[in-house]
Design a protein around this ligand. Structure first.
Ligand SMILES: [Zn+2]
Length: 59
């Protein structure tokens, strides 16, 4: 039985449930990593804006 990742269209062995901007979707491991990375970046840039009053240049 073939499982297709909805994100990249690749045939994969396993799908992982992930919530993207409030929507639940199933993606392969590669896409999951990308989504998690992007979510982390979004979170970091948000806290970076909040932290701009205090720190600068912290990575
Ligand atoms: Zn994928």
């Amino acid at each position: 039985m073939a499982i297709i990742c909805k994100q990249c269209g690749e045939e994969v062995d396993e799908l992982f449930s992930v919530t993207v901007t409030g929507r639940k979707t199933k993606v392969c491991e590669d896409c999951l990593e990308i989504i998690q990375e992007q979510a982390q970046i979004a979170e970091e840039s948000e806290s970076a804006i909040q932290g701009m009053m205090g720190f600068k240049g912290k990575r």
